[in-house]
Design a protein around this ligand. Structure first.
Ligand SMILES: Nc1nc2c([nH]c(=O)n2[C@H]2C[C@H](O)[C@@H](COP(=O)(O)OP(=O)(O)OP(=O)(O)O)O2)c(=O)[nH]1
Length: 313
């Protein structure tokens, strides 16, 4: 089943959500306005029709956002999301559905239809995901605290603390020190592998595939981000099944940190990212200048270590 969904964002940056009505599939869940394609209809025509019928607005311009293949118990669908960048008319509830405008960062993913959670994350996650070098000596703690604070100050909105040689307590302590600044800027901090630390601090965690394999369910509440390291379609599917907010898919290109791994290359990355039901960052041999290439290959953005930490920061 092909379903189109619209992200309408007003000039104040608020997103329009509608509540599914009693008696319908997923009744009570909040969703993006839209609906099923009718026979012979193009996605854009369906989007225009649904928004006219449900909200009384005329779509003037819309661009593709993401396509999320999703399976509910009884049905399988392709949620084809569009960002409506221009419309005419004030959205009103023409079918009795509750409507609300909300900042994407304020939306509780738990209240959304499950297939809409990755769509929400695609809207609110940034296009860059810097990761600290693994081999930073503990003796350079102060230097790295300053670098991370500067990165937050310069606009980084997602950071992974991957300080593999440090005791976990030291990484947690650093995260706790950075947290007030990160919260002020709306930057998501993620610990590498430390679910317990993330739970205690109320922050995110980034998990490798072997950690995913050992889990039966999402280990943190929806308001704390979970990233998943993936290398193939099976791992991406497992990350989706366990409710990860996003994945990294690597290595796209040859990389010094994992010299033995065979690079995927852009075509394979593209196919995997497109089929995955969550936002995917390109990782491995990436630097920020490759963002455009990555987005053209279906990525949420670029993630990396070297190249993301300018020497002067
Ligand atoms: N319109 C819309 N549907 C969504 C979203 N997320 C999501 O999982 N869906 C699902 C719910 C439905 O199973 C299907 C869309 O069908 P629809 O909006 O035409 O719903 P409907 O109630 O008329 O369909 P039905 O229950 O009568 O079969 O996609 C979303 O954001 N917008």
């Amino acid at each position: 089943m092909h379903v189109v969904a619209a992200a309408l964002i007003d000039t104040g940056g608020r997103l329009l959500l509608a509540q599914r009505q009693p008696g319908k599939h997923l009744a009570g869940a909040w969703e993006f306005p839209g609906g099923k394609l009718e026979a012979g209809e193009t996605p854009l025509a369906a989007l225009a029709r649904e928004l006219r019928e449900e909200l009384g607005v005329v779509v003037e311009q819309a661009v593709p956002l993401v396509r999320i293949p999703w399976r509910y118990d009884q049905r399988e669908l392709l949620l084809d999301a569009w960002r409506v960048t221009r419309w005419r008319g004030e959205p009103q509830s023409l079918e009795g559905q509750a409507l609300r405008w909300q900042r994407p960062t304020g939306v509780d993913p738990a209240q959304l239809a499950p297939a809409d959670r990755p769509l929400l994350q695609a809207l609110r996650l940034p296009t860059r995901y810097p990761i600290t070098p693994a081999n930073v000596p503990l003796a350079q703690r102060e230097r790295w605290r300053e670098r991370l604070a500067a990165a937050i100050g310069h606009g980084e909105r997602l950071l992974q603390l991957r300080l593999l040689s440090w005791p976990r307590a030291a990484v947690r302590e650093l995260a706790a020190e950075l947290l007030p600044l990160a919260n002020r800027h709306g930057t998501g901090l993620l610990l590498n592998g430390d679910i317990e630390g993330a739970r205690t601090l109320g922050i995110g965690v980034h998990l490798k595939s072997s950690q995913w394999a050992a889990l039966a369910e999402r280990p943190l509440p929806w308001r704390q981000l979970i990233g998943a390291s993936c290398h193939d379609a099976g791992q991406l599917a497992r990350a989706v099944a366990l409710g990860a907010d996003f994945a990294t898919l690597s290595p796209v290109a040859a990389t010094a940190s994992h010299p033995d791994a065979a690079p995927l290359g852009w075509p394979a990355f593209h196919a995997l990212a497109e089929a995955a039901a969550l936002p995917v960052y390109a990782l491995g041999g990436m630097d920020p200048s490759m963002l455009e290439e990555a987005c053209a290959a279906g990525a949420q953005g670029v993630a990396g270590i070297g190249g993301f930490w300018p020497a002067n920061l």
